[in-house]
Write a protein that binds this ligand. Sequence first.
Ligand code: TH1
Length: 815
Amino acid sequence: MTEITAPKSPVTAEQFADEIREQLKYTQNVTTEQATPADVYVAASKAVRNHLADSWFKTQADTVNGNTKAVGYLSAEFLMGKQLRNALLNAGLTEQFDKAVEALGFKVQDVVDAEYEPGLGNGGLGRLAACFIDSLASLGVPAFGYGIQYKYGIFKQEFDKDGKQVETPDYWLANEEPWGHIDYNRDQKVSFGGKVVENADGTKTWQPAWSVRAVPVDYLVPGYKSGRVNTLRLWSAKSYDEFDLLAFNRSEYMEAVTPQVKAENISKILYPEDSTKVGKELRLEQQYFFVSASLHDAIRVFYPGQDKPDLTTFPNKIVFQLNDTHPVIGIPELMRILIDEYGYDWDTAWSITTKTFNYTCHTLLPEALEVWPASLIGELLPRHLEIIEKINAQFEDELKSKGVDKNTIKDMAIYTGDAVRMAYLATYGGSHVNGVAELHSQLLKDVTLKNFSDVYPDKFTNVTNGVTPRRFVKLANPRLSDLITEGLGTDKWLSDLEMLKGLEPLAKDDEFVKKFAAVKKANKVDFAAYAKREYGFELDPNTMFNTMVKRLHEYKRQSLKILSVISTYADIKSGKVKAEDVTPRTVFFGAKAAPGYYLAKMTIQLINNVSRVVNNDPDVKGKLAVYFPWNYNVRLAQHLIPATDLDEQISQAGKEASGTGNMKFALNGAMTVGTLDGANVEIRERVGAENFFLFGMTVDEVEKKYAEGYNPASYYEADPRLKHAIDMVADGTFSNGDRNAYSPLVADWLTKDWFMTLADFSAYMDIQSEIEALYADELEWNRKALLNVANSGYFSSDRSMEDYLERIWHTAPLA
Ligand code: TH1
């Protein structure tokens, strides 16, 4: 058994400075005088890591030896953000670090800035996984995050001189990365291709054609004040044949390294699609790669050294959560492991498998539910295709015995003969299915997975998303954190966020509200300095900061926002609104578009050009400005969210599964303008309808309009403001006179407009007037914003984890 020692006792700033010096000397091999901020960053990171090591070992030992079932969170994305500040917070070393760095003669800012953010996720789904593992560790629940250490994360976004998005590779491992520990001795073999042969005894043997080596890279996941440190294990693909020596001797250099390139390609790049399905062979290889390695790893961890483990106990050791359909190949893989590798019969294997997995669906867009061509699975994973066929046959029998009619059975097919529907496989093959907000879970039951919910009503449940208050309040907004602690008289709210409710009475206290307003103001001033330094923007912190940050997607409706900006611009410029009646505003957009998403990229170009025209027009100076800081990421979120007055959550009702940005903004004292979509519904319920700017069609109204036949042009004709705004896009105002620049976008608005931007435009303009009226009353605005903070405690990812524990995982914190 592992020797368990108590966690290292906290150190003084002087001692911590010595630890950094030691790391500089013995691992960085530089003197303190030679050291750069980047050296100090690496040295300090390793010093913090050392402080967490004992808790990490103890957590691992307790996880394996205790009787508490662990959680395995299988996710193709973990969007972690920077690590140093979070690790310092959880190790209780923040102050020591700040003082030590100064004592060593460096600026804290420079050292923290030296960390390069890993972008191993696209957006909400990946960031949610990061929040969840933070919360599990903070609650003391034994858990593993399992994913892929992509060599290239989400692309770096730049804008060219025309305002178009340009993607460049994000080589985040260019410099030393002190957090991930490569564990070559805990590798796994993952195989592909080949054929299946039947043995004399009727068993099957898969004879794969090629294999790759999955090497784990371990990241510490320290809990906040829990004394627990969990593991995020990201797999990296390596070749078994470093090079083919024979070929190399014949000087066939390229051929010699081909197998290596093929193997290592598997973990080379994160697919930059968000919410849509990309049917690519490499993507299926990635999915199988990390899932197969993770399942084998869990068996290794929980049955150490056992050749013939009793895997009927596997579901008591660990429960796996499938983060969307991406890891669903894990269901047939566990069947294969149990049957082919450990000799279990089908029924036993099925019983173990269904108890082991649960599935979270994160979308309502039909195109986001993965469907793989059977031919592809057959080529890459022939044994799995057989198993899937058998699962499907068993499923059909089960449905027949339950009296489900023929046509419905056909509609529900997991395997259609041509294709495999991963969401259906996950729903049948796991114990529970959950959506990520109340409305979303309801729509899954009523629409997307209706047939399944009719047959298996008990499988379906909801867990509303959440965000970690450690990163998104404490680290991102130290001023507000201090004020909350002052207001509540304790900092315990950081691990019990519902305590924010205690701020509610203080909304009646004008002095407290003024302090709250001062915090927001100071954050805006800070952000202005940050934006100047990072982007060269000249911001006016005395204007309303109005923000829309999220992936660029038609359903999220950045178009609605930019059309309203254009309309406001036209009204100010023409004098239609008097100068003294204008509420000065700075509008921020942050968004990456998938590289192949044509209309999304054109929308980015339009926003950039509206920004160029508006910001250079003396007629609106001081009244309206538009900024699009490029490369929106976790770091920018942490700076911009605390400085925002008004947050935009304006997706078409019934399209955004949850949203998590909405929660971060409410917790940081922004007001929200939003539709009744995703978690907006629950935010509004909690903060109060009078403290939320609601507008737009509901899900039912949207459905009705689709059914009636939607005609966007009629809205264009009916609303002169809308007509004028669209005409300005069409007439070259934002393209130096070029009338064709945005014609595909304009044509889409007028003839298709699938997400009904035009139909919601006038309601959106009207609510903006209400917003401006309230903003004019600073005290009232801030009172309402404070009530948003006080009533958003529910949206902690700690609460989400507690819901998963109770409704789905049926496990608990370590004793
Ligand atoms: C997002 C959802 O769009 C968002 O509403 C939700 O808050 C978030 O997940 C977390 O639950 C999704 N991201 C992806 C990414 C891919 C496929 C589907 C979804 S849904 C690649």
